[in-house]
Design a protein around this ligand. Structure first.
Ligand SMILES: Cc1cc2nc3c(=O)[nH]c(=O)nc-3n(C[C@H](O)[C@H](O)[C@H](O)COP(=O)(O)O)c2cc1C
Length: 368
């Protein structure tokens, strides 16, 4: 049904316009009590056996919405209604910014992929904090807040910009993510180098602790799939050293070669981060590497090219406690999270593992 609708309607529209149209429908549906109850019952049925705990937070399941879909925290209830177990909002920057000129989002339908160079278009930390402060949740969920650097802020002042966002947003964050891996803000990814990352993460940790004194806000870092293996190891070691709560692997890739892309060359050549199916192998590889390095000391979140329940299950076996997705939602539609939950529950039932937590990293432990 959705696939036909996608071909007939969304595929003929500009991808960014289609995104906002879908967004409007989701936000509208959630405002109508009878409709949202009906949709949630249909799309977000709960599977007891998938209940998940990550960095001290209890969730209905392991599968969440990756950052970038709800940049301004306007659809948390809507996405929960569609079955996501957590919603990561953002990336939010210290100051509001329009992002890159349009056109900046491209569909590579044949490759089940997207390329985006949105450039952190968002309303900024003040406006998003105000929205979160005034929010009356309809559904219980876990809200992650993903922060990044304002484009006009010079690299030497990056830490201050992240600290500003932290001070404004930490109170509303069930967990906080330092995004240093988007390819569309010049210089951002160089913050992944350990000598830059250490002071950044320490400053954000301190700011979060100063701002929120009643609990410890879990702090995660999100990394790029384009890091060399030694750099992945270095980030893993730093995360352990700093007592970080989690690592999200991975963001989009700037790579194009060797990914078997079959879409039209002009599209493939668009500047930006590639996400979806072609990212699957590298994201999984980075996750596996991280788990081999940090084991259960740090919670890992697997994202990048997750399309179905089998992909989500493979991430869990490779070490992910939580799994996220974005691009496949565009292609699979509103029944996506439901299908993933159903498939995960079935896999767990026929697996040798008593709980989902037992399955986390099982494949890597086997080969260790
Ligand atoms: C249009 C678009 C915008 C994105 N914006 C962000 C963002 O603002 N912050 C971020 O951390 N990741 C962002 N991402 C990356 C996703 O969160 C995710 O890491 C990546 O797309 C890989 O997952 P996927 O293959 O399931 O899409 C964005 C992805 C897309 C497709």
């Amino acid at each position: 049904m959705y696939k036909l609708f996608f071909r007939l309607v969304f595929q003929r529209m500009d991808p960014e316009k289609a995104h906002y149209l879908a967004f409007r429908w989701i936000r509208l549906a959630v405002r109508i009590p009878a409709l949202r109850t009906f949709v949630a019952a249909a799309l977000a049925p709960r599977h007891e056996e998938l209940r998940t705990q990550a960095f001290g937070l209890r969730m209905h399941g392991p599968f969440g919405l990756a950052a970038g879909f709800d940049k301004n925290a306007v659809a948390i209830d809507g996405m929960t209604m569609l079955g996501f177990d957590h919603v990561e909002i953002g990336t939010v920057t210290g100051e509001p910014q329009p992002g890159n000129p349009k056109k900046r989002l491209f569909r590579l339908v044949q490759d089940r992929a997207l390329i985006n160079r949105m450039g952190f278009n968002n309303e900024g930390s003040l406006a998003v904090a105000a929205r979160l402060a005034s929010r009356t949740p309809v559904f219980r969920t876990v809200v992650g807040v993903n922060i990044g650097k304002t484009k006009v802020v010079p690299e030497e002042e990056a830490v201050l910009d992240y600290v500003k966002s932290t001070e404004r947003l930490a109170s509303y964050a069930d967990y906080l993510v330092v995004n240093v891996s988007s390819p569309n803000t010049p210089g951002l990814r160089s913050l992944q180098a350990v000598d830059q990352l250490r002071p950044l993460l320490s400053a954000v940790r301190e700011a979060a602790d100063r701002t929120v004194t009643t609990r410890r806000v879990p702090l995660l870092v999100k990394i790029a799939p384009d890091l060399a293996d030694e750099d992945v190891d270095a980030v893993a070691d730093l995360a352990v050293e700093l007592g970080l709560d989690g690592i999200i692997a991975t963001n989009t890739t700037i790579a194009r070669d060797g990914l078997g892309l079959t879409s039209e060359a002009g599209l493939v050549k668009e500047t930006g981060g590639l996400s979806g199916a072609p990212l699957k192998a590298r994201s999984l590889e980075v996750l596996r590497r991280l788990y081999a390095r940090v084991g259960d000391r740090i919670t890992l979140v697997g994202v990048g090219g997750v399309e179905n329940a089998e992909d989500a299950w493979q991430r869990i076996l490779a070490g992910a406690t939580l799994v996220q997705g974005y691009s496949a939602f565009v292609y699979e539609g509103p029944f996506w999270a439901r299908a993933i939950h159903k498939g995960l529950a079935a896999r767990l039932r026929t697996s040798p593992y008593a709980t989902l937590a037992d399955a986390v990293g099982a494949d890597v432990r086997k080969t260790a």
